[in-house]
Design a binder for this molecule. Structure first.
Ligand code: NAD
Length: 244
């Protein structure tokens, strides 16, 4: 049987690209929150390309009871989840003065607490099965702190790196846990950036452009594969070479 992969936030951007790429060799489970039409389009595309209909599950990751319901649904179809890709995330960029406790907490709930809960609920079964891989999609913002406007996002992504390292320790030697830190990627998350700002940022990147989601998906594909069997507890930047 193919390995089973749960990808959070797979209705758009990096998550959708990861799901499509992995669907050729893995049983992918497409999680979404609000992008129902988009995730259904992706489901149909994958079904056509692979002759296998992926399971689609919905939940708001900021709500633990919804996470539990989603996992119940998954375990009705599959005995286990072999690979977890914690990809879903949000950013709420505002001036420092406009930052609020509510938004700060919302970002932490989705970007950090949800990966913690999913890993806590799925990881022990991986350990029991003596096999598992967890990939956490953090950000270069979890290492660098370029803009005060993302002070909350940066903290959530730095926290995710810390979470990954703790999980790698705790679930060793059976579960490999790695963190990917993308720089700028062309997705909806950046759809409101103005062109002057984009040019300024592109000038700081040695490759002179933002990544496309598939380039991040390629790294995910490699890291979950057996070719990366000895890569564990690592933080891997994929940013085209950013010179701040
Ligand atoms: P995106 O906005 O296309 O994807 C984010 C996904 O998270 C969406 O599918 C969305 O539905 C899901 N999501 C948001 N809130 C949710 C909730 N409450 N419950 C469940 N799902 C929810 O953007 P993306 O760029 O593809 O982002 C994917 C990941 O990559 C995020 O964790 C993001 O922080 C990270 N990242 C993105 C960039 C970038 O420049 N785009 C850079 C570094 C890291």
């Amino acid at each position: 049987m193919k390995k089973v992969v749960l990808i959070t936030g797979s209705s758009s951007g990096i998550g959708a690209s990861v799901a499509e790429l992995l669907s050729k060799d893995y049983e992918v489970i497409l999680h979404y929150n609000k992008g129902k039409d988009r995730v259904n389009n992706l489901k149909e595309k994958i079904a056509k390309e692979t002759n296998s209909i992926p399971l689609v599950v919905q939940c708001d990751l900021s709500k633990e009871e919804e996470i539990d319901k989603m996992l119940d649904e998954v375990y009705q179809k599959y005995p286990r989840i072999d690979i977890l890709i914690n990809n879903a995330g949000i950013a709420i960029d505002t001036t420092f003065e406009d930052k609020t406790k509510e938004n700060y907490k919302k970002i932490l709930d989705i970007n950090l607490i949800a990966p913690f809960l999913l890993s806590k609920k799925i990881g022990p079964k991986m350990k029991e099965n003596k096999y598992g891989v967890i990939i956490n999609i953090s950000s270069t913002n979890g290492i660098d702190t370029p803009y005060i406007e993302s002070i909350d996002y940066d903290a959530s992504k730095a926290g995710l790196i810390s979470l990954s390292k703790n999980l790698a320790n705790y679930f060793a030697p059976y579960v490999r846990v790695n963190t990917i830190c993308p720089g700028w990627v062309n997705t909806e998350m950046n759809k409101n950036l103005d062109s002057d700002f984009i040019s300024k940022e592109e000038n700081k990147i040695l490759l002179g452009r933002f990544a496309n989601p598939r380039e991040v998906a390629n790294l995910v594909e490699f890291l979950i594969s057996d070719k990366a069997n000895y890569i564990n507890d690592s933080i891997i930047r994929i940013d085209g070479g950013i010179k701040c």
